[in-house]
Design a protein around this ligand. Structure first.
Ligand SMILES: [Zn+2]
Length: 231
């Protein structure tokens, strides 16, 4: 059966990969393959929702490269992100809406990876970035520039395509269903886009989404965004 991973989990993967480029991925995973089944039953790794959508991902513990699964797990709980179904790390599980740790006695202690399941509804495909301090330079967030050089904006419009390249013919990597908070890394000149009476040939790269969005869909009056460098 054809399958894919929920978009929200791909966003988190991009964010973690961008923040910690040298990290180990030894215990990363999404689909319920043999390796995952060997770690114990984790049904959300199977593409049961949709069906065809995997609603769980594992991220490897690699503190030497900055990835501390307990910190990620705690920050996920602190975020109160409504996309979270449950989190498992270091023999503890936190289910949705309780936001508290309880004992986890599954076969795998989850001390080498953190497991995140997202909800089995359309929210799982919400591509918005995850608001974890660890992934945003440890700063307080709240807009403006960050240590990684990205600048926060909000998009407008529905069904906005994020593409692999700043071109209307480039493959779509994800679709923004509605206004979404994004962090722009750089901008460049690409295909001209005209909509709602505006024309613009500037595109912004959003590292967390792994693709480009036409600046016409960035909610800012300037065609070329301020404080954002050229790619
Ligand atoms: Zn898992």
């Amino acid at each position: 059966m054809a399958w894919r991973v929920a978009v929200s989990l791909e966003t988190l993967l991009h964010q973690i990969d961008n923040r910690f480029p040298g990290r180990s991925t030894a215990f990363d995973g999404s689909i319920g393959d043999a390796a995952h089944q060997a770690r114990g039953s984790e049904s959300d790794h199977n593409p049961w929702f949709g069906p065809g959508i995997v609603t769980a991902r594992d991220f490897t513990h690699d503190p030497a490269h900055g990835v501390d699964i307990q910190q990620i797990a705690d920050e996920l709980l602190d975020s109160r992100d409504p996309r979270i179904k449950y989190v498992i790390a270091n023999r503890r599980i936190a289910t949705d809406r309780a936001w508290q740790w309880g004992p986890y006695d599954g076969a795998n202690p989850h001390d080498k990876h953190v497991h995140l399941s997202v909800v089995a509804d359309q929210l799982c495909d919400d591509p918005g970035e995850w608001a974890l301090p660890l992934l945003n330079g440890g700063g307080g967030g709240g807009g403006g520039g960050a240590e990684d050089g990205t600048v926060e904006f909000v998009t407008w419009g529905q069904g906005v395509n994020i593409r692999q390249a700043p071109s209307l013919g480039a493959p779509v990597v994800t679709v923004l269903q509605g206004p979404t908070r994004v962090r722009v890394g750089c901008q460049t000149v690409g295909d001209t886009v005209t909509t709602a009476g505006h024309t613009n040939d500037a595109w912004s790269f959003v590292p967390a989404l792994g693709g480009y969005i036409s600046n016409i869909f960035i909610d800012h009056p300037a065609a070329w965004l301020p404080d954002v460098g050229q790619c």
